[in-house]
Design a protein around this ligand. Structure first.
Ligand code: ADP
Ligand code: MG
Length: 327
C-alpha cells in the first residue's frame, strides 16, 4: 500500500469511528434533567416529566410553548392574533390550524354561555388595564364605548377557508382565558408521542395531570383559598388524570378606593364580573375546555353554570365537574 492509499484508509476508518460513536454521543447528550420552568403565555409554565424527563422532550415542549405564545400574545405586535386585530374591518385573515381550533372552541363557549365567555373583549380588557401599570377604573362613558365593540357575533369565522374577519373596526380578540388550556393539551400531545408515562403540566395554575401518578395513587391538585391564595388550600381534588383549572377574583386585580377590581370581565356590564363567586374550578379531560369553562362559569355564576353544564358536556363531548367557592 502506497503512502496515499494508507492515508485514505486511515481517513475511512476515522469516518467509521465517528459514525459509530456519534449516535452514542447524541444519546448521552439527551440526558435526564430537572423539571423545567419557562416564562411564557403571560405566566410561569412548569412541566415535570418525572422519570422520562429527557432534555430533548423538554426542549420540544419549550419550543411549542413559545410557538403558541407567538400566535396568541396580544402584546406582541407580530403575533397572529395582533395581525387579525390589525385587520379588523379591513380584510379576512387566513389563520393557522392552532388559531382556527382555539377560535372555534371559543366561539362555541361564547354561544353556549350567551357571551359570558367572550373572546372579543380586547378593547375592554385594554381599557381596564388590569395587570398593567395602567390599571384604573375607567369612566362610565369609556366603558360604554369599549363595550359596544365587544360583540363576539361580529367575529366572522369561515371554517372552510380558515379565515377570520372582524366586522367592527374597533374590535379586538383576546384569548387570555383559553390559550393556557390549549397549550396544556398540546404539551400533553407531545408527552403522548414521546411515550412519557406521567407528567404534571402547570401553566400558571392551569393544571393538567398526564398519565397515572402510580398504580395505586391519584394526583392531588389543591384549590387555593381565595382569601389566602399564597398560603392555604381550601380543597383538594383527586383525579386519575385530566385537567383542573381555576378562575378566581384573587388572581389578578387592583384595589382602588378600597374596592377590588379583578381581571375577569362581564362583557354585558363592562365591569369585573360579580356573580357571587370567589372562584370556580373546572375538572375535565381536556384543558382547553376546563380553561374556557372556568372563565365562563365565573361570569355566569353558580345557578346559570349548573344549568348550562349538561349542554357544555354534550357539545364538548367531555364529562365536566365543577367546584364553586362562593362569596
Ligand atoms: P387566568 O388567565 O388568570 O388563569 P382566566 O382563564 O379566567 O384566568 O382568563 C382571564 C383572562 O381572559 C383575562 O386576563 C382576559 O385576558 C380574558 N378575559 C377576561 N374576561 C373574559 C371573559 N368574560 N371571556 C373571555 N375572556 C376573558
Ligand atoms: Mg380560563
Amino acid at each position: 500500500m502506497n503512502k496515499k492509499n494508507a492515508g485514505l484508509e486511515f481517513a475511512k476508518s476515522c469516518r467509521k469511528i465517528i459514525f459509530i460513536f456519534l449516535p452514542f454521543f447524541l444519546i448521552s447528550c439527551d440526558k435526564k434533567i430537572s423539571p423545567q420552568f419557562q416564562t411564557s403565555l403571560g405566566t410561569v409554565c412548569f412541566v415535570n416529566l418525572y422519570e422520562d424527563g429527557k432534555k430533548s422532550i423538554y426542549d420540544e415542549i419549550a419550543a411549542r410553548i413559545s410557538e403558541i405564545d407567538g400566535e396568541f400574545n396580544v402584546n406582541k405586535d407580530d403575533s397572529e392574533i395582533s395581525n387579525v386585530n390589525k385587520n379588523a374591518k379591513i380584510s379576512p385573515v387566513k389563520v393557522s390550524d392552532d388559531f382556527a381550533f382555539v377560535l372555534k372552541t371559543a366561539l362555541k363557549a361564547a354561544e353556549i354561555s350567551d357571551g359570558d365567555f367572550n373572546p372579543a373583549l380586547g378593547k375592554l380588557i385594554k381599557l381596564w388595564g388590569i395587570n398593567t401599570e395602567n390599571a384604573h377604573v375607567p369612566k362610565l362613558q369609556e366603558i360604554d364605548e369599549a363595550k359596544s365593540h365587544c360583540g363576539w357575533k361580529k367575529i366572522i369565522f369561515d371554517e372552510k377557508n380558515q379565515t377570520v374577519f372582524l366586522d367592527d373596526e374597533e374590535m379586538s380578540l383576546d384569548f387570555g382565558a383559553i390559550a393556557k388550556g390549549f397549550s396544556a393539551d398540546e404539551i400533553a400531545k407531545i408527552c403522548k408521542e414521546k411515550n412519557v408515562r406521567r407528567a404534571i403540566i402547570d401553566l400558571g395554575g392551569n393544571v393538567l395531570a398526564f398519565g397515572k401518578k402510580s398504580k395505586n395513587e391519584k394526583w392531588n391538585v389543591g384549590i387555593k383559598n381565595p382569601d389566602a391564595p399564597e398560603s392555604e388550600v381550601s380543597e383538594v381534588v383527586s383525579i386519575e388524570e385530566g385537567s383542573v383549572v381555576t378562575s378566581g377574583n384573587y388572581e389578578r386585580y387592583f384595589i382602588q378606593d378600597g374596592k377590588r377590581y379583578h381581571h375577569i370581565l362581564d362583557g354585558k356590564t363592562g365591569f369585573p364580573a360579580e356573580s357571587g363567586l370567589k372562584s370556580v374550578t373546572v375538572i375535565c379531560g381536556k384543558s382547553i375546555f376546563a380553561d374556557a369553562l372556568s372563565t365562563a362559569f365565573f361570569v355566569a355564576g353558580k345557578e346559570k353554570s349548573l344549568a348550562l353544564k349538561p349542554l357544555f358536556e354534550e357539545k364538548f363531548g367531555e364529562k365536566i365537574e365543577v367546584v364553586f367557592i362562593e362569596s
